[in-house]
Design a protein around this ligand. Structure first.
Ligand code: TYM
Length: 349
């Protein structure tokens, strides 16, 4: 037993199957950041590796959620997954709370992770703000449950936005320490975050230094997945920018956060690099770039929004997809937890 992460201890020895896993909390309307940072990648990866995508309802209740609304919010995230192109015949789509193995493994991991590791988590500091003592204990151990979400499937690849990188580092530390403490080299893989691409960190339309977020008071700061073409056009028109035309180089762009953000959004939507966008628009002002951005956004997001509404009109269909997904997920998760029970030495294991 050690108190330190054990880098290099033998998640590297892992030789099991490669799997993709990720999730989104059902705690508010989804925005363009969630779509570009996460959902688009889920849909791409399902063609490459076995993929498990869940709705993180256990995580959502770390802050208050209205019980009468939680199930509907869970269906909304599932509908957004489907609208973004996830195919339930390929990816398992399920609610986290329907697979009790997540919570079971999280308890063991609570006893593996060290307080000092959790004390360093910046998301807890941001979310608890000035009232740390009034936060739920669950908000503090949130990243430990996240590690369990990933490792209960021995997932090797985790598509997320950049804000989740620290939680992935903690997941690797927990995996390595479990493998070490329980003499199980290579039992858990050390999973990799997949954060590449210009959509990994979409910023607020009102402030190039703040992340686009569900919790921002101003609706003009974000594009919601439910926004129609008029709302999108208006939000882009009002988006904060500077007066200069778009530069020629990425170095110059990097010094202008708002311009950088809009070019990044364009690139992610059009499936281009930022350099390619600059090659086309350098020298042009926002008077011409903003309408071009609106056009690419409306033509990309319009069909997604339409599909989202369609799926939401059939909650029975969503429920059946979620139930099937949960059964598939449990087939992988249960044997992993049974093996953990043995390694830990629990009675009857
Ligand atoms: P959540 O629900 O806050 O966000 C869902 C996903 O959206 C990404 N994201 C962004 N990407 C780019 N730009 C932004 N402005 C932006 N805002 C959000 C997030 O990085 C995330 O990928 N802790 C996770 C949920 C979770 C999870 C997991 C993820 C629970 N267990 C296991 C992966 C694996 C979260 O809060 O996501």
């Amino acid at each position: 037993m050690t108190d330190q992460p054990s880098p290099g201890v033998s998640g590297a020895d892992y030789s099991g199957p490669q799997r993709v896993l990720s999730g989104v909390q059902p705690s508010g309307a989804l925005h363009l950041g969630n779509y570009l940072g996460a959902l688009v990648k889920f849909a791409r990866l399902q063609h490459v590796q076995p993929t498990f995508i869940f709705v993180a309802d256990l995580h959502a209740i770390t802050v208050w959620q209205e019980p009468a609304k939680l199930a509907a919010q869970t269906r909304e995230i599932a509908a957004a997954y489907l609208a973004a192109g996830l195919d339930p015949a390929k990816a398992a789509i399920f609610p986290q709370s329907a697979v009790p193995e997540h919570a079971e493994l999280a308890w063991v991991f609570n006893c593996v992770a060290r307080l000092g590791w959790l004390d360093r988590m910046t998301q807890f500091k941001e979310k608890s703000g000035k009232h740390k003592e009034r936060s739920s204990v669950g908000l503090y151990t949130y990243p430990v449950l996240q590690a369990a979400d990933i490792l209960v499937y021995k997932a090797t690849h985790v598509p997320v936005g950049e804000d989740q990188k620290q939680h992935l580092e903690l997941t690797r530390d927990i995996a390595a320490k479990f493998n070490h403490d329980f003499d199980a080299p290579g039992f858990f893989p050390l999973p990799e975050p997949l954060v590449q691409g210009p959509g990994a960190r979409v910023m607020s339309l009102r402030d190039g230094a703040a992340k686009m977020s569900k919790s921002d008071e101003s609706d003009y700061s974000r594009i919601n997945l439910t926004d129609d073409a008029d709302a999108i056009a208006q939000k882009i028109r009002k988006a904060r920018t500077d007066a200069a035309p778009l530069p020629e180089t990425l170095e110059d762009l990097a010094t202008r956060p708002e311009a950088d953000n809009l070019v990044g959004i364009y690139a992610a939507l059009a499936n281009q690099t930022k350099a390619e966008v600059l090659a086309q628009y350098a020298g042009q002002g926002f008077g011409s770039f903003k309408p071009a951005l609106t056009e690419v956004m409306v033509s990309t997001m319009g069909p997604v929004t339409a599909r989202l509404k369609d799926y939401l009109s059939d909650p029975g269909e969503i429920d059946s997809i979620l139930a099937t997904g949960a059964a598939r997920a449990r087939q992988i998760a249960r044997p992993v937890v049974d093996e953990v029970r043995k390694r830990v030495g629990f009675w009857g294991a």
